[in-house]
Design a binder for this molecule. Sequence first.
Ligand SMILES: O=C(O)CCC(=O)C(=O)O
Length: 259
Amino acid sequence: MELTDTQLTQFDRDGFLILPELFSAAEIEAIRAELPALFAEKTAANIPEKEGGVVRTAMGLHQRNALFDRLVRHPRLVGPARQIAGPELYIQQVKVNVKAAFDGDMWQWHYDFATHHHDDGVPRPLALNLHIFLDDVSHYNGPLYFIPGSHKRGPAPARHDTSSTSYPLWVVDREPVAELVEAGGIVPAIGKAGTALIFGDTLVHGSPANMSPWNRSIFSLILNPVENAQRTFARPEYKHHTDFSPVEALSDDCLLKMP
Ligand SMILES: O=C(O)CCC(=O)C(=O)O
């Protein structure tokens, strides 16, 4: 799959793309079928919410599960990522952010590069975050909020927040967020299950808690150019993978035709 020139222009201008129902209902069903067993595993890579114990994010999934090992090499993810970020990309991070009904906590305003740079020594903001909605995502169940154009105005100062949620994150404070929103507004990333998102490393985004009765799980793959690999190694493998070999795309039916 290839992005059109119009999509590439839009990505450059806004900092993100929303690709409605890029994955089929059958593909989403196959992915979702793997989740209960993965969430039940006792591993440090399953990080619970601060309150209640439900899984907030399940990480390192391509090293834990054969279907996720194929998903990270899916041509509908790898193809567009290569068009934007270049031909040699390694798998930096693989997770499902769960945001369970009633219990799923927020993700504070942030841009991913602040964490990649401060925690992992990634030199430049070239990584891409590729999401697939595993549930329908609406205004109610904790969608991501993007600030269009914020990638062109920054990077904003970032602060390490280790207390707001169970996941330490470099976040952007209220004043710079208010200024960025004044300039660019907010776009909620909503759509049916199977919808994909692509966003860049300096796009400011966040998401509110899920107080609805509807689950909202999202798959996330971060790909980073090999020449821009991490320089420091303080975080565990499941937060930043250290195999820097370039990802190779599989065939388009790789999720439904497992060997
Ligand atoms: O899952 C969410 O709501 C937030 C995800 C996010 O901020 C990210 O993947 O960088």
